[in-house]
Design a protein around this ligand. Structure first.
Ligand code: URA
Length: 208
């Protein structure tokens, strides 16, 4: 089992508002940001700190600091962009790489149309972000690409996951840790997560 599910009353509360069909764009965006910060908190639990010596107003002390430059946040366009702020709120110096994929309507395979990563991507911890883990096709393709670029440590952060997507990702990339706010019931025939929250990109950007 590679998924860590954030079972927490605050998450359940925020998800209840996020999912609600009557929640408007502004509140939806804010909640995506807040939940993303909480996911990032969980995803950095195993972060290695570098030794640091600082001076408080009262004394010198040895402590630890995160090398924020070790991280690359990788939103999958377009909905993944909605989660960026929540991550860089707490890792402000993380670099951000972007990947854009669309689905070939005949083969249903993801096709890449945009890919730009920060320098030295192979040496960074990549945090891929996308609010919805549905079939797992886009994130698997993103991981394939990052691994081909030499990335060795990859984490995937999403808000709502379908069991089908978790199974697919675990089969394709068992080394990738999945962090999700919740796991829903199933995918419908159109690959929407049920009960889910609808189309995350449309709700973030107020389209449709
Ligand atoms: N993408 C979405 O935005 N919503 C879903 O339910 C599935 C994929």
């Amino acid at each position: 089992m590679n998924e860590i599910v954030l079972n927490h009353p605050l998450i359940t509360h925020k998800l209840a508002i996020l999912r609600d069909v009557n929640t408007g764009t502004k509140e939806f965006r804010e909640l995506v940001t807040e939940i993303s910060t909480l996911l990032c908190y969980e995803a950095t639990k195993d972060a290695k700190l570098e030794e640091a010596e600082i001076e408080t107003p009262l004394a010198k002390m040895k402590t630890g600091k995160l090398n924020e430059d070790n991280y690359a946040v990788v939103p999958i366009l377009r909905a993944g962009m909605g989660m960026v702020e929540g991550i860089i709120n707490v890792i402000p110096n993380a670099k951000v790489g972007h990947i854009g994929l669309y689905r070939n309507e005949e083969t249903f395979e993801p096709v890449e149309y945009y890919y730009k990563m920060p320098d030295g991507i192979g040496d960074r911890i990549a945090m891929i972000i996308d609010p919805m883990l549905a079939t797992g096709g886009s994130v698997s393709a993103t991981i394939d690409k990052l691994k081909a670029d030499g990335v060795k440590q990859i984490k995937f952060l999403c808000i709502v996951a379908a069991p089908e997507g978790i199974r697919a990702l675990e089969a394709n990339h068992p080394d990738v840790q999945i962090y999700c706010a919740t796991v829903d019931e199933h995918l419908n025939p159109n690959a929407y997560i049920v009960p889910g929250l609808g189309d995350a990109g449309d709700r973030i950007y107020g389209t449709k």
